[in-house]
Design a protein around this ligand. Sequence first.
Ligand code: SAM
Length: 296
Amino acid sequence: MPVLPDYDSPTALKAFLDERGMAMQKKFGQNFMVNRAHRNRLVDALKVEEGMGVWEIGPGLGAMTDALLARGAKLSVFEIDRGFAAVLRDIFSGRENFSLIEGDVLRTWKKAAEAEVPPRLFGNLPYNIAATVIADTITGGVRFDRAVFTVQKEVALRMAAKPSTADYSSFSVLCQWAYKVTPLMDLAAGSFWPRPNVVSKAVALDRRDDWPACESPELFMSLLRGLFSSRRKTIKNNLSAWLQRPGRLAPGPEAAYVMEQSLERAGINPLARAETLAIADFLRFSDALHEAGVKP
Ligand code: SAM
């Protein structure tokens, strides 16, 4: 039976990698969670039950994988680093409830979701990958009952931010459209090896049962990005810049007309800023633009 590395010891982890001629790859945002108490708290936060399906993105050398399997998770892990994938296969492939999907999760998750979307998702990931996975799954209509992510603290706060606050962004709206977002504990840089330059924070996402429908999730997401593209500008100014992209407007009515009609239909003040709007406002606005034939 392969021996697990000592996940709590940076020295032992370094020796484990050295023995295999492996090195950490900065481009993949690799920082191992070396604090056992935090690992246990994160697994607790995921609320895994015996036999429950879980996806873990970015297992690294398997510190969380081991903890998740110990709780009885039926686990699929997504890892991009070939060396780590080989180690994971070596350590865990004998375990009944383990499967590995090697490669970039942004390319592999869809096929896996076609087979089954599990109730739980866990990820300790570089910010851009976490944000893209969250956005892509939501717009692709895939949601998990509960997800726990460890991300940069600012990102966790942005995900949970309320309207008219500095952290409120297109990403806040998208996350809160699909999930109830709850910031959990801070994770100091010293809980990871190598130490990152930022403080991390865990955040929980719980599927919203009252998820309001939207005619075109792609248009909704694109509109959000457009309306928040210059925070200081009014909705009208951001909107007219966003509408100018070729192909966005159906041939026929002029941009000014579409804009005026859609704003009026959705009851949006053109001189307000996007940060003052609630999720329901963005949804009404996106649906009004969709009805006017605007494309994402
Ligand atoms: N979960 C481990 C832990 O807590 O010790 C490692 C976390 S480390 C911050 C991030 C992990 O995500 C690394 O193993 C890295 O190789 C992996 N990763 C980064 N980008 C990825 C991607 N696009 N697809 C799959 N895995 C990725």
